[in-house]
Design a protein around this ligand. Structure first.
Ligand SMILES: C[S@@+](CC[C@H](N)C(=O)[O-])C[C@H]1O[C@@H](n2cnc3c(N)ncnc32)[C@H](O)[C@@H]1O
Length: 292
């Protein structure tokens, strides 16, 4: 693409679609290959929330586990496509399906997919509720990142009216999701609809929250393969989120299921210093599982 009228027009359209003032606007950055080419970036304050660091961790994990590079990926709740566009670019032989309820954001992804000739990236511009999950097809790898805790506000309005409804709903949802993928990369907020007044697990520590979330996954037929959290770096005595996620060790994961290892789990979780993050986002584990 050269510096043409067409490109300037594309940048203007992207800017308008990005900032559409909806609840999930201004959430993701642009993948570097797009930002460099267009001379356009939407800066996200990584101290509060990051996408590049999550992608890097997921890709590293995929490579380590030998996940095929021509597989079928689905990015559920794709937002402005940071993950879908990156995956389609990184793995040109993979089929990638981006599902996004916000039509402006879906158009944003479509425009970029077309401009960058990402022919194997498809975009479904629809909100999908639990009862429509089978319509998304079956995939090898499914990213389901930071969507589920919006049930009742963004979708399935009749099924989640408050936090009391959420655990049973979430377990049913996770159970249904097993039919749509072999591997699931899952992340969820701890507050229903992102509202601090509605904590899904009130007044309990990060270890107990993790234990409950993992029990939902295991009880609904998932095998946990990896759990990772964002890490910190110390800089002049101040603590910053580092540009990396780190897995919880096998012995600490054992502590989720076996009291004999619980001590290791608590020690390791303390090392993550999750309570020092300014917001709740980096306290959310990134969980990778497969159908048991
Ligand atoms: C909080 S954002 C998370 C974006 C991305 N997955 C991430 O973690 O960076 C949630 C996104 O999911 C979309 N979304 C919410 N419910 C959806 C549904 N039922 N079907 C498709 N998209 C949905 C929203 O429009 C929004 O763009």
């Amino acid at each position: 693409m050269d510096l043409s009228t067409e490109r300037r027009q594309l940048v203007r359209e992207l800017q308008a679609l990005y900032a559409d003032k909806s609840k999930h606007s201004v959430y993701q950055s642009l993948p570097e290959f797009i930002a460099d080419e267009l001379g356009l970036q939407f800066n996200i304050d990584e101290k509060w929330r990051g996408d590049a660091i999550r992608l890097r961790y997921i890709l590293r994990y995929a490579e380590r586990m030998g996940w095929v590079r021509d597989g079928a990926w689905c990015d559920f709740g794709a937002n402005t496509g940071f993950f879908s566009l990156s995956l389609a670019h990184e793995m040109p032989h993979a089929d990638v399906l981006a599902i996004e309820a916000n039509v402006n954001h879906a158009r944003f992804v479509k425009k970029l997919a077309r401009a960058f000739k990402l022919q194997r990236l498809r975009i479904l511009d629809r909100g999908i509720g639990r009862n429509q999950l089978d319509s998304i097809g079956r995939h090898d790898f499914l990213l389901h990142l930071n969507v589920l805790h919006h049930a009742g506000a963004d979708f399935d309005f009749d099924q989640v009216k408050n936090v009391t409804d959420f655990p049973a709903y979430a377990r049913n949802y996770l159970s249904s999701l097993r039919l749509q993928t072999n591997h699931l990369v899952f992340q969820m907020g701890w507050n229903l609809w992102g509202n601090k007044e509605q904590p899904i697990f009130p007044a309990i520590d990060d270890v107990v929250k993790l234990k409950i979330l993992v029990s939902w996954l295991v009880d609904t037929g998932w095998k946990i393969e990896d759990i990772a959290y964002a890490t910190h770096v110390d800089h002049n005595g101040e603590c910053f989120p580092s540009l990396d996620y780190k897995p919880v060790s096998a012995i600490a994961v054992a502590g989720l299921f076996d009291q004999n290892f619980e001590c290791a789990l608590y020690e390791e979780m303390a090392d993550f210093r999750l309570y020092e993050h300014p917001g709740e986002f980096y306290r959310r584990p990134l969980i990778i599982c497969r159908v048991a």
